[in-house]
Design a binder for this molecule. Structure first.
Ligand code: CP
Length: 325
């Protein structure tokens, strides 16, 4: 169904950092072909059977609407048995450790664990301790690889090519796993990446994310001539000890409204991983305006996650199983 003839060597998808340009192209091509074939992504007869007999567990120990739902839809459309576990309803609330939770899931012959966790590095930790393929659905402020892949798919479909694009990523860059994964991916693909946000929300060394990644002090400079602007939510859940302006002050300096958007290219697109804090980082007229592709990002998320589930389970079949340590 996904017509993957090129090589994918990863049993897990833990971060963009581990992927080559060819890996990224492979996921984007597979997801693109799903989006172009509504009989796969939208038809009533959705169960392709590719993952029939396989079990995908969405272990989400942090809240999520988009990522969890799209992984569930992706798994079901491929014919997998999909089980959702959330923090509030799991035995984590009774003090069970992540390792014991994973060992428990492993004992049930789970094929894929899709993990969202507040701790940076949680997906890597789990990957060495389970026979299942692990897909990182967001670990702390570290990485959110499928979000970056779906953002790249939108950029490719809207702009034709990622290489040479100017992409501004603005807001709480430091605490955003989306910003990190996006900067890594866009840098690898040859886009110019501009980071902008309050000093307390900027990474100490942007160049470490890629040779084409630079930081900007002023929003006007960051968005000037940009092909795309990715706005970020303030990660309040990770802001302990960080001083910040009032919401009104933040919005005045770092929020994207129609006047600031005028500095970007006339055909620039506005992106946001969601959830949006309306009136903070995005003016509602921009969030709902003609340049916004936020809901198209959501739709691309299902296709990207179908491609990823297919690829990691194929790789798993070809990799000798490892004992749980
Ligand atoms: N973009 C994103 O990760 O959204 P959710 O937290 O709703 O999954």
């Amino acid at each position: 169904m996904l017509s993957v003839s090129r090589m994918w060597a990863h049993r897990h998808l833990l971060g963009i950092e581990e992927l080559t340009v060819d890996d990224i192209r492979l996921v984007l091509d597979a997801a693109n072909s799903i989006l172009d074939r509504p009989e796969i992504s939208k038809s009533e007869d959705r169960k392709s059977g590719l993952l029939r007999g396989r079990t995908v567990i969405n272990l989400f120990l942090e809240p999520s609407t988009r990522t969890r739902t799209s992984f569930e839809l992706a798994g079901k459309r491929l014919g997998a048995d999909v089980v959702n576990i959330g923090a509030a309803t799991s035995s984590v609330t009774k003090g069970e450790t992540l390792l014991d939770t994973v060992r428990t899931l492993d004992a049930m012959d789970t094929h894929v664990i899709v993990l969202r966790h507040p701790g940076s590095g949680a997906a890597h930790f789990v990957a060495t301790r389970t026979r299942a393929s692990v897909v990182n659905a967001g670990d702390g402020a570290h990485e959110h690889p499928t979000q970056a892949l779906l953002d790249a798919l939108i950029l490719k479909r809207k702009k034709g090519c990622i290489e040479g694009l100017v992409v501004a990523i603005c807001g709480d860059v430091l605490h955003s796993r989306v910003a990190r994964s996006n900067a890594l991916l866009l840098g690898k693909m040859g886009a110019e990446v501009r980071l902008c946000g309050p000093r307390t929300m900027m990474p100490p060394s942007p160049a470490a994310l890629g040779t084409t990644v630079r930081s900007f002090e002023h929003m006007q400079d960051a968005v000037a001539g940009a092909d795309a602007i990715i706005m970020l939510r303030i990660q309040t859940e990770r802001l302990e000890g960080v001083s910040m302006a009032t919401t009104r002050e933040y919005s005045r300096v770092y929020g994207l409204g129609p006047r600031l958007l005028d500095f970007a290219k006339p055909d620039a697109i506005v992106m946001h991983p969601g959830p949006v804090q309306r009136g903070v980082e995005l003016d509602p007229s921009v969030a709902d305006g003609p340049r916004s592709v936020i809901l198209e990002q959501v739709a691309a998320g299902v296709a990207v996650r179908m491609a990823v589930l297919d690829l990691v389970t194929r790789a798993r079949k070809e990799t000798p199983s490892q004992a749980v340590s």
